[in-house]
Design a binder for this molecule. Structure first.
Ligand code: ADE
Ligand code: ZN
Length: 370
């Protein structure tokens, strides 16, 4: 039952690298039409290359895969393929990372990259009703000067980009390396986010907050090692965009059962669930929810809170955000009509709403299990 609830609930996704959504079959088709030597000989070979020991070993494969993208149409097709899957999983709003330097470094123009993606996003809104934002990430293993160049290339397309982020190999590339670039980005009106505390130390989360003035932390699972930091994140309700299947595939946690998402949620952190690089890590947003629900024994209220956190954490205007939250709450009420599950005279929706109002979890024992 809870599995159907997870599939059906309207969702927002806030941590998805569009290049990480490139499935092997599309990668092959694009390589073929661009007359490129394929990075792999067969789809089986691709899949068997997806055995990662840590972040760096994944990124090597990820950049190789992204290397097939040459024309505007390629960026359109990749983005469109993601939107189709997101729509099928009831994603109502998505905030998408892209890595321009992975392409401009190969001679593909910034304009080619962004125009293809933007066109697909416009079609996604028109045909699926999915709203979206783009977040441009700087590759942290490259220099701050190269990041600044990239920021300048983005300025003519400012209207299409809500914020800037920081990704790639974390350890050895602290957020403070990019302070000047993020200062300039903020001055230009971009919001900021950064990957921090995925593989890197807790200190990087502090730096992202203080030096890069981020609105959200991407991953951030290592924050639990620092009580003062947790207090700060809870008080300010700084969202953490957590990616459970990614964390397991990259050995941040030994298994989904060992993931600290439920612990973080119980600490009062504004945790959200996302897919990161779904083509590489075994699933899109719904598969991530299903995995944590089963692995951590999450209840309906946990799922509702995670989804609500995502909508709260979006970079949407207040009114549009509120509209989506109302849609979420309408879904909860409607769900109740379809699946009348009464307990002590109270409906499921009533129980969930009451607990949200009281800001506490309902009692799993008294409600019964999924
Ligand atoms: N780029 C794509 N996926 C990433 C991840 N999980 N961490 C850092 N950089 C990335
Ligand atoms: Zn990521």
């Amino acid at each position: 039952m809870i599995k159907a609830f997870i599939r059906d609930i309207p969702k927002a996704e806030l941590h998805i690298h569009i290049e990480g959504s490139l499935e092997p079959d599309l990668m092959f088709a694009i390589a073929e039409r661009n007359k490129l030597i394929r990075p792999f000989n067969s789809i089986e070979e691709v899949r068997s290359a997806y055995q990662f020991t840590h972040l760096k070993s994944f990124l090597d494969v990820y950049y190789e895969g992204a290397g097939v993208l040459m024309q505007e149409r390629d960026f359109y097709d990749m983005t469109w393929a993601y939107l189709k899957r997101a729509h099928a999983q009831n994603v109502r709003h998505t905030e998408i990372f892209f890595d321009p330097q992975a392409h401009t470094s190969r001679g593909v123009s910034f304009e080619t990259v962004i125009t293809g993606m933007h066109r697909a996003l416009v079609d996604g809104q028109r045909l699926f009703g999915i709203s979206s934002k783009l977040i441009m990430c700087f590759l942290r293993h490259l220099s701050a000067d190269l990041a600044m160049d990239t920021l300048h290339q983005a300025l003519p397309f400012k209207e299409w980009i809500i914020g800037v982020g920081l990704d790639s190999c974390e350890v050895g590339h602290p957020p403070e390396k990019f302070t000047r670039v993020f200062d300039k980005a903020l001055e230009e009106g971009f919001l900021t986010v950064a990957h921090a505390g995925e593989e890197g130390p807790v200190e990087y989360i502090h730096q992202a907050l203080e030096k890069l003035r981020v609105s959200r932390i991407d991953h951030g699972v290592r924050c639990v090692a620092d009580t003062q930091l947790v207090k700060k994140l809870v008080e300010a309700q700084i969202p953490l965009t957590v990616c459970p299947l990614s964390n397991v595939r990259l050995h941040v946690f030994d298994s989904i059962k060992k993931h600290n998402l439920k612990h973080m949620l119980d600490l009062g952190l504004c945790v959200t669930v996302n897919s990161d690089d779904p083509a590489y890590f075994g699933g899109y947003i719904t598969e991530n929810f299903l995995a944590v629900q089963e692995g951590l024994n999450l209840d309906y209220n946990d799922i509702y809170r995670l989804v609500k956190n995502s909508f709260e954490a979006t970079f949407l205007d207040k009114q549009i955000k509120q509209g989506l939250i109302t849609e979420l709450d309408t879904f909860i009420s409607g769900y109740n009509q379809k699946d009348i599950r009464r307990h002590k005279g109270k409906t499921f929706a009533h129980t969930i709403h009451q607990s949200a109002l009281n800001n506490k979890s309902y009692d799993r024992e008294s409600f019964g299990s999924a």
